[in-house]
Ligand binder design. Structure first.
Ligand code: CTP
Ligand code: CA
Length: 225
């Protein structure tokens, strides 16, 4: 009986995927978070592992099961994610930043649980470091893939991100569309390249989309050689 072996198109490639939404502490029991489910990043890690890659998943809390053959590094904050990613970066061939990283964090973490003593509370936030932009500046041989969540002017905003962050590919989703992004099992995206090419994709479940994204990345890896 014939056994069909899956093709190991990513054999001998080291890849890093980030996933989930970071949590930025306010006090010991509260945080600033976002609605990212982590499903897209976990699907990308799963597909890469099935294709034979050495896969590292730097994950903010998701509650999802880590796919077989994937090495997970659990983090909570944007700064923890940044450190984990920068440490792995030099020996990676591909990095995909699917995580929803906080843009702002509370300026100070309060040691004690905040009491409801006042009628209102002002939370001061400071900007986090843009991890992907930092990777773009430090890029040597790596193929760098970003995600962009937009609610307006998708293509223009996404084009700006691909250039500013020195990316090789950007997956842009309009999170206002039904079936796109945050929490959903499906995604509706357009894939952009630095030369300005845009490839709209149909609505797909996140595992199917992860296959498409890896197909595109593999093409880029081939022409890069
Ligand atoms: N990203 C990152 N570090 C941050 C913020 C974002 O690495 N501190 C990455 C995300 O993982 C994603 C990409 O940058 O791959 C785009 O994230 P997005 O939120 O769409 O864009 P921003 O550059 O943060 O700009 P804005 O939120 O203002 O649209
Ligand atoms: Ca952002």
């Amino acid at each position: 009986k014939e056994v069909l072996e899956p093709k190991k198109e990513l054999a001998r490639r080291a890849v890093l995927v980030t996933a989930g939404g970071t949590r930025e502490p306010i006090d010991p029991v509260r945080y600033v978070g976002n609605r990212s489910s982590g499903k897209m990043g976990y699907a990308l890690a799963e597909t890469a592992a099935l294709r034979g890659a050495e896969v590292y998943l730097v994950s903010a809390p998701t509650g999802l099961t880590v796919p077989d053959g994937v090495q997970v590094i659990n983090v909570e904050t944007a700064e923890q994610m940044r450190r984990a990613v920068l440490e792995l970066y030099p020996r990676m061939d591909v990095v995909i930043k699917a995580a929803a990283v906080a843009d702002y964090r509370p300026r100070a973490m309060v040691d004690q649980k905040i009491k409801k003593n006042e009628s209102s509370l002002v939370l001061e936030l400071e900007k986090t470091t843009d991890i992907l932009a930092e990777l773009g500046r430090q890029k040597t041989h790596q193929l760098l893939v970003g995600f962009a969540a937009e609610t307006e002017d998708l293509i223009n905003n996404a084009r700006e991100k691909i250039n500013k962050k020195n990316l090789d590919l950007l997956v842009a989703n309009d999170v206002t569309q039904p079936g796109a992004g945050f929490g959903s099992d499906t995604n509706l995206v357009q894939i952009l390249y630095p030369d300005g090419t845009v490839e709209p994709q149909p609505v797909m479940d996140k595992l199917a989309l992860s296959e498409v994204i890896w197909d595109k990345i593999q093409q880029l890896l081939l022409v890069k050689k």
